[in-house]
Design a protein. Sequence first.
Length: 264
Amino acid sequence: MKTVADLCHFLDILCPSMLAESWDNTGLLIGDRGQAVHHVMTCLTVTPATIQEAVERQVDLIVSHHPLPFRPVAQITTETVAGRAVLRIIKAGIAVFSPHTRFDSASHGINDQLANRLGLRESIPLVELARDLEQSQGAGRLARLPAAISWDAFVQAIKDSFGVQSVRGVASARNQVHHIALACGSGGSLLSAAIERGCDTFVTGEMNFHSCLECESLGMGAVLLGHYPSERFGIEHLATRIQQEFSDLTVWASERESDPIGTF
C-alpha cells in the first residue's frame, strides 16, 4: 500500500525543496502523510472544477502546481474562495502537494520541458540555484541557437510548437533571434537576468506592461505564451512520471481544467 508519505518522498527527490523560491509555499500543504493513496490527480491549479473532479473520482492526493493556500491566511472559512476550497478538500479527505517553483527549476522540470518543446535542446539555468556532479538546476533557462534566425521565423516556430494561430508579445527591433531566455508562468521577475546575460529574446507565460516597455526600449523581443499554456503541459508530463514510478496507482492530469483566459 502506498501512502501520501511515499508520494511526497518521490516528489521531494524529483523537485528538491532547495529549489523553491523564498516567497513560495511548496510541499505537502493539506493532508495526512500516513493516508493510503490509490488515486492521484495532477492539475495546474486547485479550482472548483478540479475539486469536483477529484471528489467524483475519489482522489486521495492532488498534486497541484500552484499552492493552496498560496499565502498565509488568518481564517479558513466559507467566506473566501480559498477557504471554501480548503474546507471541501479536507472534508473529502484529499491531500494536496504543491511543487510549484521547485518543479519550474528542477532538472527535467517545466522550464526544461518548455525549452525542449521549442527545440532548444542544450539549455542551462538562467539563474543557477543548485549544482551537483552531473548538472546544475535553477530558475528559467538560457539557450543559444546554432545560428541566428529571423524574428518572424522564431515566432512561427513557437506557433507551430503550441498549435496556435497567434501569440502576444513585443516585436524584436533587431529582427533576429539568437540568444534566448525562457521562464514559464509569470516570468517577468527573470527579465533582468535575461538582460544581464545578453539575451535578445525573452519567452515567458506573462509579464506586466512595464516589463514589456523595458523590452521595447532595449529592442528586445518578447513572446508571452500565456500562463496556462506555458505550464499545463508540464503537469500532464508530471502525471505520466508519477504513473511510471507508481504503476499500481491510478494517475491522471485533470480532464476538466482549462485556461480561464479566452479569446473573444
